[in-house]
Design a protein. Structure first.
Length: 650
């Protein structure tokens, strides 16, 4: 017999009362004051309030609900919490509050690398322990946290008696917004975002989901610390307007006690402030589990596009000359990646991609002598069959990192396998880039050898600025994104200009960043005729000095201005230098940027890289130097689909 727990939902075990669905958010029953046994916490700055209470039944018992308010305005009406699960001696409500505890924390931790050198972890926390009054079910603890940048909660479920395992059929966590707000929905990690109202959000919506709650409030529903559980997406809550419910990518099975990922609601006044607060996701993950992190090194990467020895050495020479740290060999070096017979312990070229020759050991030796690291791509087919062989072998070869391609994501099994594959890579001092549909939830804090990941519709997909400027304020809330930035490819000119591409390298954060995804150094041979794509050569244009200077990790980050699909201005500091990127979409605009973030008094030299049709280079990037100070307001005159990059130094 299957036993079903549904906190505020679904079928109920025989002999227990059936609980009706809560009414729509505008009904009196949906107001926080109708709940009993209520407990509240506030964010440290007092602007955000998170409440918990019980609904239904008698004075003591009921089904758990939470709500969220900001500046006295209800953002999420009372929303139900819980699961439907089977295969164990688990009962339904009524629950009783057994105990509750509150605490506060204000700590600072230093990541191995990141968007800032220090991250503040400041929250007020509420723990509520619930017990089944029937004595038949599992106990549950709800952990709520309120930060200045949003709220988060997770479940901890423990068994009783002889119960040792739990099988969750569905999680039923609700997000009952109070009106039919605008949202930016997408249904695959590399899909195209669409602005819709909440009532038009379909099942399978990706997270983070950004919602415009009002002119002065933006929210994002997200997930953190997804390590051994099924991925959460979002879908409409049947019969309830402008409400969403968690949708898991399959069942979850676990030994007791079960600890779920965090469900997160980020909150801010503006899209820029929302992105500024994205370290909330990292704060909700476990501390670094790697004792010696000295081998973990961020850097700039050039992809070797010819799969030849000559091409590899040309890329190493280019990397050394241009202050890049890595060369990556992508699909095709060990055979056709879609063929189960391809063996990633050998160098066996895919004839459709390259006619060679490729002496990979020689390229690795050549790179090691010059202090340049080699990264190798391996897709899921080979990883599944050969992971435990490949990782020590690659370490023996002298490889510095592995790019995991076409990984399986979503199910609990896929989630466990992938994060275990990152842990195993760390055991062999190998860094990792995960590609395709994987979206981060903060695991890079715990295992910082996970340098970056795709889960983003990058430049490969010919993203127009309107689309990239939605991605920046949605997907990038989750963490680093390997945006596969292009520079000399024709898709740059078709969508924007080269100054815009320079700015994008500041705005889009990735500790491993590819600046020339389709391009090859002048001394590299032409690509194999069957490899596809253009025969782009990296030209000696003056603005490449910007790529030479820019780092990939930062001591400070300021998201200064911006709006979804419209524009963005981001400033980042590494050491004594500040870098600024300004991206613009379809509307010409003049942006005034106060330079107070420079902080230090006195003059600075600003080197400005901007589009200039009078410049006699194919990229038409003009370079102008001017004196500025922290009291200056820099004026950026941006045409449609334009950008500007600036370097500030003393």
């Amino acid at each position: 017999m299957n036993h079903l727990l549904s906190i505020g939902f679904g079928a109920i075990l025989a002999g227990l009362p059936v609980f009706a669905e809560a009414k729509p958010a505008d009904d009196v029953a949906a107001r926080p004051e109708t709940l009993k046994n209520t407990i509240k916490i506030k964010s440290p700055d007092g602007r955000i309030e998170l409440g918990f209470g019980l609904a239904g039944l008698d004075a003591r018992t009921g089904s758990p609900k939470y709500w969220v308010a900001r500046d006295g305005k209800l953002i999420l009406a009372p929303s139900s919490l819980g699961f439907e699960y089977e295969g164990g001696a688990l009962a339904t409500p009524p629950f009783v509050v057994l105990a509750s505890d509150q605490r506060s924390q204000d700590a600072v931790w230093r990541p191995v690398y990141g968007e800032r050198a220090e991250i503040r972890d400041h929250f007020n926390e509420l723990k509520v322990r619930l017990e089944h009054t029937t004595g038949q079910g599992a106990n549950m603890e709800l952990v709520f946290r309120a930060y200045d940048t949003g709220v988060a909660f997770c479940y901890r479920v423990s068994g009783r008696g002889e119960d040792t395992r739990i099988r969750i059929r569905r999680e039923r966590t609700e997000f009952r917004f109070t009106a039919n707000h605008e949202a930016w929905a997408v249904y695959s990690a590399q899909g195209v975002y669409a602005k819709v109202t909440l009532d038009r959000v379909k099942a399978g919506c990706e997270r983070p989901l950004v919602v415009r709650v009002g002119g002065d409030c933006f929210a994002a529903v997200a997930e953190a610390r997804l390590v051994d559980y099924a991925r959460m997406k979002l879908g409409p809550l049947d019969g309830v307007p402008h409400a969403l419910v968690s949708v898991l990518d399959g069942p979850v099975e676990s030994a007791f006690p079960l600890r779920t990922p965090w469900r997160v609601i980020m909150l801010a006044d503006t899209p820029a402030a929302l992105l500024q607060g994205n370290d909330l996701i990292m704060n909700l993950n476990d501390p670094c589990a790697i004792t010696d992190t000295s081998w973990i090194k961020p850097g700039k990467v050039i992809r070797e596009v010819t799969l030849t020895t000559a091409g590899g050495k040309a890329c190493v020479d280019f990397a050394l000359r241009s202050r890049f740290q890595y060369v990556e060999f992508d699909a095709g070096w060990y055979g056709p990646e879609g063929d189960d017979a391809s063996d990633a312990t050998t160098v066996t070229l895919d004839p459709r991609r390259s006619s060679g020759p490729l002496d990979l050991p020689e390229v690795i030796r050549y790179a090691q002598e010059r202090g340049v690291g080699i990264i190798l791509y391996v897709n899921q087919r080979a990883l599944t069959q050969q992971l435990d062989t490949l990782l020590p072998l690659f370490r023996q070869w002298g490889v510095k990192g592995v790019k995991y391609g076409f990984v399986n994501v979503g199910s609990q099994a896929a989630t466990i396998w992938l994060h275990e594959a990152v842990r195993k890579a760390a055991e062999h001092q190998l860094m990792v880039d995960i590609h395709d549909e994987y979206r981060p939830t903060g695991f890079s804090r715990t295992y910082p050898n996970l340098m970056t990941q795709e889960g983003i519709r990058g430049d490969e997909e010919r993203q127009p600025p309107t689309s990239s400027l939605v991605t920046l304020f949605t997907r990038m809330l989750a963490g680093a994104g390997d945006n596969t930035i292009c520079y000399f490819d024709s898709r740059v000119r078709a969508q924007a200009n080269h100054a815009y591409q320079l700015a994008k390298t500041v705005c889009f954060y990735s500790p491993w960043q590819f600046h020339f995804w389709y391009d090859r150094p002048p001394k590299s041979p032409r690509r194999h005729s069957g490899a596809g794509g253009e025969q782009n050569v990296i030209l000696e244009v003056p603005e490449l000095q910007f790529f030479e200077q820019i780092p990939t990790v930062w001591d400070d980050t300021r998201v200064l201005q911006g709006d979804l699909g419209e524009y963005a201005v981001v400033a980042r500091r590494n050491g004594q230098k500040w870098f600024l990127g300004a991206m613009n979409a379809e509307t010409a605009r003049i942006i005034k940027v106060p330079l107070s973030f420079l902080g230090a008094t006195g003059d600075w030299t600003a080197t400005v890289y901007a589009h200039d049709v009078a410049v006699g280079t194919p990229t038409q990037v003009g370079i102008v130097r001017k004196r500025v100070s922290a009291e200056t307001a820099m004026e950026l005159d941006l045409s449609p689909n334009d950008g500007t990059a600036v370097v500030f130094e003393r």
